[in-house]
Design a binder for this molecule. Structure first.
Ligand SMILES: [Zn+2]
Length: 540
């Protein structure tokens, strides 16, 4: 059988949710940590087919069928490995690589790579406690790191000299270069990391594949990472994930902070489910990795403008992953502080308050819309509307998408048009609407917020508060719409009659022989209009 590069099938498993793929064919419901449904491989009425997103496996307790995302597609659609891979790659938006077997050479190269990075890390760790690493140790201790934390995260020091290129002289040049730890210079190889505080970056198998080095002399950039290599892809790597994976499962959520020191401090002080992207920007791959365990993510950003922007970016990235059981939240740390400082100065409880106070995705998007657009002008509302529509269109779950549209429609009615409700002074006094009609209207608006948008001017003229919760109406959309239209016509008819009475009254008061002909003429015209109005009601 043709074999794909393991890293490609791994990537497929990483990018795709097993639950997503299976639930396209089998309805699944979540019970406990797993999802359950009726087995597609044997005939049954009570679900004994369980799917574990965490483990990446499905298992049927009825017939014993068992497998992963690839074998599910193969068995369910009765296709071969290659077809299944092709289909899954398409779903994941990945390009199918050339079929290739991992060569002996490749396996050997990977082993050499890991050996070098592992040994390099040991050298860095030792140097942190040596004379040359004194200032680095002082720095990290000042940041509140204990010896225990330094040991656990294997923090080290890369000296100013070429320690790596000289230590690994015996290794073939290209193999050493492939780790990204050294570079080719005019005078031979030289070290990439120099005078840096070193944080190893682990793959999910707890092997060191790269490093992140922090500058110690105040020079920018603050952090440099190993350039992308065969075994390290910055966009697909989340710092601290290897340590946080179990906690993300147990706590049923992940927290994303901006910096790696923040991530370590959070992990060590009550939030073991915390991770950080490498460098500043979050990618779709990062979200995909986290969403594999569960779709509950709390983003933690600075409260400043840059933090708001970063949060907006994260929001757009996470929208396609949204499911009806996802809990996506945004926490903001204010006052120019980061989680690290909060933990150090105010403690775990203060941080927990900030996390607990976080804003839901729906509220976050709503708040940012109201902040960024002039919603008290028609143009501003139009821009805001387009922005919201654009965001919502990214949600893949159609039912959820509709629910969110309804939610925003009702907010638009109650909040964007509130200023209208408050400042509106009717030109003509409308007769009161009876309580039964009010009740029906409320129940219609509850169910079809889109109608509130459509008839906003008329509805605000009634001076009814729609904030109160009532039972949604039984009417379908068409009839609900008709109800409001006929109410509108009735109201203007009533108003016209009222005006007619007033005119007649005035005319009667000043009735003379000369204007009695004029009066007849006016009266006839009013009768004509009334007839037209009544016939309109009949059409309804
Ligand atoms: Zn079965």
């Amino acid at each position: 059988m043709a074999k794909y590069d393991n890293s490609f099938t791994d990537e497929l498993r990483q990018r795709l949710s097993l639950v997503d793929v299976i639930s396209r064919r089998v309805p699944l419901t979540k019970k406990g940590q797993n999802y359950w449904g009726c087995c597609p491989f044997h005939n049954e009425k009570t679900p004994s087919f369980s799917v574990s997103e965490e483990k990446g496996f499905y298992h049927c307790f009825g017939c014993g069928e068992h497998g992963d995302i690839i074998s599910f597609v193969m068995k369910n659609e009765n296709v071969d490995f290659k077809t299944a891979i092709t289909e899954l790659a398409e779903m994941a938006g990945l390009k199918l690589p050339e079929i290739k077997q991992k060569s002996k050479q490749q396996i050997e190269n990977e082993q050499t790579y890991i050996d070098i990075t592992e040994k390099a890390s040991k050298i860095y760790e030792e140097l942190l406690y040596s004379e040359s690493g004194k200032h680095a140790l002082e720095y990290i201790k000042n940041r509140g790191f204990s010896d225990e934390m330094i040991k656990k995260y294997r923090i080290g020091y890369a000296p100013k000299n070429n320690i790596i290129s000289s230590t690994f002289k015996y290794v073939k040049k290209d193999k050493l270069l492939s780790t990204g730890l050294v570079r080719n210079g005019d005078y031979g190889l030289y070290d990439f990391f120099r005078d840096k505080l070193m944080f190893p970056i682990f793959n999910p198998h707890n092997q060191i594949v790269a490093f992140s080095g922090r500058s110690l002399d105040g020079s920018e950039p603050k952090y440099i990472n190993t350039p992308d290599t065969d075994l390290f892809h910055k966009r697909q790597t989340i710092f601290g994930f290897n340590f946080a994976r179990d906690a993300i499962h147990c706590q049923n959520r992940s927290i994303i902070v901006e910096g790696q020191i923040d991530a370590i401090q959070m992990q060590c002080h009550g939030f073991p489910e915390t991770v950080a992207p490498l460098g500043t920007s979050l990618t779709e791959d990062h979200i995909a990795i986290l969403c594999k365990s569960n779709r509950n993510i709390t983003f933690c950003f600075d409260g400043d403008n840059a933090g708001q922007k970063a949060a907006m970016r994260a929001c757009l990235l996470v929208l396609p992953f949204l499911r009806d059981n996802s809990e996506i939240k945004f926490a903001f740390v204010s006052g120019g502080k980061d989680p690290d400082e909060i933990l150090k100065n105010s403690g775990e409880e203060e941080m927990r308050k900030i996390i607990n106070k976080s804003t839901s995705l729906i509220d976050f998007l709503w708040n940012i819309t109201n902040k960024n657009y002039l919603i008290n002008t028609p143009g501003g509302r139009s821009q805001a509307e387009k922005f919201l529509q654009d965001c919502i269109s990214k949600i893949k779950d159609k039912i959820l998408q509709n629910e969110i549209i309804n939610e925003y429609n009702s907010r638009k009615f109650n909040q964007w048009h509130k200023w209208k409700k408050q400042t509106y002074t009717p030109d003509i006094e409308l007769p009161d609407v009876d309580s039964m009609t009010i009740k029906i209207l409320k129940s219609i608006i509850q169910k079809y917020p889109e109608l509130s948008e459509k008839y906003i001017d008329f509805l605000t003229s009634l001076h009814i508060s729609f904030d109160e919760e009532v039972e949604p109406t039984d009417l379908d959309l068409k009839n609900a719409d008709n109800f409001i239209i006929s109410l509108q016509i009735q109201k203007s008819l009533q108003e016209l009659n009222k005006q007619k009475q007033e005119i007649l009254k005035k005319l009667n008061e000043s009735l003379t022989q000369e204007n009695s002909d004029k009066l007849k003429e006016i009266n006839n015209k009013i009768l004509e209009i009334t007839k037209k109005q009544e016939s309109l009601i009949d059409i309804q």
